[in-house]
Design a protein around this ligand. Structure first.
Ligand SMILES: [Zn+2]
Ligand SMILES: [Zn+2]
Ligand SMILES: [Zn+2]
Length: 140
């Protein structure tokens, strides 16, 4: 795990700091998207500003991407290796479970191309699907 964390930081030319290390470790251990509040709770050694800055750096460098949510603030999830500081490649669908409320990246499903009326230029698209996740579906 520590090796993977160090590799991610090095790959994006970032210095290793305690906060950065812990944020990435938390992302790696969670399979769902994480919001500010959850991160602050998990990383109690660091103040909000440090966590906020770390997330912003990760967003800029292509380590995490923003995940759309229908309620509450922004959520974040780890990017695939294709993202860098120039561009994010997170053109995948996100899924929100109505039972456990977890937001998950569905990396194997891309967002379909949508044809817009003339004069409209698309720059970014996000698709949030709501339903029951595989974990909740089994127990229900
Ligand atoms: Zn990305
Ligand atoms: Zn669920
Ligand atoms: Zn995602």
């Amino acid at each position: 795990m520590q090796e993977r964390v160090a590799h991610i930081l090095k790959h994006h030319q970032l210095r290793v700091t305690a906060c950065r290390k812990q944020v990435i470790t938390f992302f790696l251990t969670q399979r769902h998207a994480i919001g500010h509040a959850e991160l602050e709770q998990e990383l109690e050694d660091f103040d909000r500003v440090t966590i906020y800055r770390t997330l912003n750096t990760f967003l800029e460098k292509g380590i995490v991407h923003q995940v759309p949510d229908d309620v509450g603030g922004a959520k974040y999830a780890l990017c695939s290796d294709d993202c860098d500081e120039h561009a994010h490649q997170d053109n995948h669908v996100h899924f929100k479970c109505v039972e456990c409320h977890k937001l998950t990246c569905i990396e194997e499903v891309g967002i379909p191309t949508i044809t817009l009326p003339e004069g409209f230029v698309a720059m970014k698209a996000s698709l949030l699907i709501k339903g029951v996740c595989e974990t909740c579906g089994i127990t229900a």
